[in-house]
Design a protein around this ligand. Structure first.
Ligand code: LLP
Length: 442
């Protein structure tokens, strides 16, 4: 599942002890394992090899340039959702023609930037957006391909905040509308509407929602065909699960076993397949390293207060997400064989692991069994590589954490910790009393 393992009572990322990372770079810090990232990406590629898909790593899941670089070096394209992500993609050396651009609210500026850069496929969310992208493509004289995002109305069985392919979410268009959008598109435009896009939710730990969605989209493809409209590209989105608990996520081969047979014939007829995995590659490739600032008892509960909480990792508080947490330095007898909510080990205490922010919702875990920890201990919050740093905030004027990429025995700082000056760097100075406008208001 990953390369974060306790050896002789000390947690290591590959060959590097996390205590050494904390010593060198402080906490809170996200630590990524390059070997884990590559292994997950390769497993997906191998599992889906019969369909020869273009893997577009989903930048939103973890967008550090060093991580994007790893994806690019593995031959992946990128799944982008904003001008900011396109900027990152270009800096990371990605080939824009192997990137896709999604997003329900693409601005004219983002669309023009992506057309100029030569982004491979625009994933389009509505008839109005389609007309707008076509207009800009024609004005700029830039050809591009487009795929229409379909809402197949399937139940992905995930948190309501991240279930996208259910009826009446803001994403895509329903199947009935899709045919009209295709028929209404001006075929003289430089924007060629030739694909279908789906992303039904995340994380999805079963294969049935994919199978249902694919069946519906293949039916749609048949009805488009009957109208003389061809589909060259099918982008299935992302959403494959990750191991927050040991063994929770089906392996890539399980998803492939359900999906490959359904699409093999279409691919043999020439359909190009795109996948946009994020979490399944990067979640288990990262931990968040935090230090215990204080411990205390109050109201019958024991609290472990850390130097970061929802500002660094929003998922527990925003989605009630489970992230396994364990001390980095711990006697070998207290290293559980499985990462789960209640490891069967002696002497554990039930604690709330909380952050320093001024909100009751600022926690990393509630009622969690941990070995006794004290002020100064280092804790690892596992499976924090996806939607960790990319959703981190500066709430309570907390400088953003550092990020370190481990590869074998090397540990490279890939984002320095923010300083207090970084926090205010974009703010305009408070106008002085001499400012005429302020003077007039007084
Ligand atoms: N493609 C599209 C169009 C997406 O919207 C997403 C994720 C992906 C691909 C990648 O999905 P993945 O393979 O990473 O599951 N912040 C939430 C997850 C939101 C997912 C948003 N879209 C979380 O922390 O669970």
């Amino acid at each position: 599942m990953d390369r974060f393992e306790h050896r002789d009572g000390s947690l290591r990322a590959e060959e590097v002890p996390l205590s050494a990372v904390a010593e060198a770079h402080g906490t809170p810090t996200f630590v990524y394992s390059a070997a884990t990232f590559r292994a997950h990406l390769r497993r997906l590629r191998e599992a889906f090899a019969p369909l020869r898909p273009q893997l577009c790593y989903s930048v939103k899941s973890c967008s550090n340039l060093a991580i994007l670089r790893l994806a690019v070096e593995e031959g992946a394209g990128l799944d982008l959702v904003s001008g900011g992500e396109l900027h990152r993609a270009i800096l990371a050396g990605a080939d824009p023609s192997r990137c896709v651009l999604a997003g329900v609210g693409k601005t004219d500026r983002e669309i023009a930037g992506a057309l100029e850069a030569g982004v491979g496929v625009f994933n389009i969310e509505s008839a109005e957006e389609l007309a707008n992208v076509a207009r800009i493509a024609d004005d700029l004289g830039r050809p591009a391909r487009a795929a229409l995002r379909i809402n197949p109305e399937v139940e992905p069985g995930t948190h309501r905040h991240t279930a996208t392919g259910r009826r009446a979410t803001k994403f895509g268009v329903d199947l009935a509308t899709a045919v009209e959008v295709f028929r209404g598109h001006d075929r003289r435009s430089r924007l060629r509407l030739c694909g279908l896009h789906l992303h039904i939710g995340s994380p999805i730990a079963t294969t049935a929602p994919y199978v249902d969605a694919i069946d519906r989209v293949l039916e749609l493809r048949d009805s488009l065909r009957r109208h003389g409209l061809g589909v060259e590209v099918l982008d299935l989105g992302g959403g494959f699960a990750a191991d927050y608990v040991t063994g929770q996520a089906p392996p890539a081969s399980t998803y492939a076993a359900a999906i490959v047979p359904r699409l093999r014939a279409a691919v043999e007829e020439g359909l190009e397949l795109i996948l946009e995995p994020g979490r399944s590659i990067v979640a288990n490739s990262g931990v968040l390293l935090v230090r215990v600032t204080y411990t205390k008892e109050s109201g019958g509960r024991r609290f472990v207060i850390c130097d970061a909480g929802m500002n660094a990792l929003l998922r527990p508080s925003h989605y009630d997400a489970f992230h396994f947490i364990w001390p980095c330095e711990v006697p070998p007898a207290l290293v559980p064989s499985r990462r789960e909510e209640r490891p069967a080990l002696p002497g554990l205490e039930e604690v709330d692991v909380v952050g320093p922010l001024c909100e009751t919702g600022d926690y990393l875990a509630i009622a969690r069994s941990l070995p006794p920890v004290e002020r100064g201990d280092l804790l690892a919050v596992y499976a924090a590589g996806a939607y960790g740093m990319s959703m981190a905030s500066r709430y309570n004027s907390s400088p953003l954490p550092a990020e370190v990429l481990v590869d074998g025995s090397s540990a490279r700082l890939v984002r320095r910790r923010e300083t207090y000056d970084d926090l205010v760097a974009h703010e305009l100075a408070v106008p002085s009393q001499a400012t005429p406008l302020l003077g007039a208001l007084r």
